[in-house]
Ligand binder design. Sequence first.
Ligand SMILES: [Zn+2]
Length: 314
Amino acid sequence: MLGLNTIVKHHSAHNESEESSSQCDFRDNGGGDSTGLTAFNSPVVLPFPQWLTDFTGLTQWPGLDPPYIPLDFINFNLVPGQIPLHLQGQCSDPRLRDLSTCSFDCFNCVASDDAYTCPKLSQTFDDGPTPATTKLVQNLKTKSTFFTLGVQIVRFPEVYRQTYANGHIMGSHTWSHKFLPSMTNEQIVAQLEWSIWAMNATSGHLPKWFRPPYGGIDNRVRSIVRQFGMQSVLWDMDTFDWKMLDSSNHRREQDIFADVRKFQIANGGKGLMLEHDAIVRTVDVGIEINRNILGEQMTVPQCVGGIDYIKKFQ
Ligand SMILES: [Zn+2]
């Protein structure tokens, strides 16, 4: 079972020590902030569309392990076959060091079409939509980029629509936040296709921008992401906002603000930041950074001169 705490945590590309799945609940952390949410306690409310029944033969949104539905535009012969599967933090296989693998989670490697920085230091938010997203959207004074989970979208489609209606860019963050380099090609396709279908069923668009959970991406995963027409988005400034939620990390709001100011100066006002909109405490940090620390910002497509969506149907 995947708790929401597991979803928010473990985004760092380099903190192997954090990888074990935590048993603690959000509500046990954060100084009694009872607004912490466990989204998987919420019911699925997004209707399963007829077009998806026609295509998949199914009648309801899947659980955490979505079924692989073959797609005629995905060619597995184009996917590099020499890259070994690996678990998060297990980077000792020498083949993972090969440049042709280009692992971000192991070695911070980025490909030429990855977005990972920005001319203006800009925020991005992962793991929504949740009710906390609503507070964020009501308080942001700039347009931002949201990397959304399918399992959250089908629970909070109105929050997704509201975020999109406010002009923010909606990207994919997979269906259920799995570490993709450990999965088979078919499982990766399933994580991407169900995420895209949830976005399309909610707001009638196909995403251009994809952020891998935990930064888990290599050239095998990229090859599949590209066949969907998407580009991968990483970061060069990790706020580690989720570390606030586990008191053993001793990370507090003011530590994050100090780190952001430091990065801002050291990096000449450029960069792409990783934050989370899964709970109110990280959202509050995002609002403070937005209103009182950063200046003008850009969306990911603005950062790299790209399109907002592959297609909009409505
Ligand atoms: Zn995430």
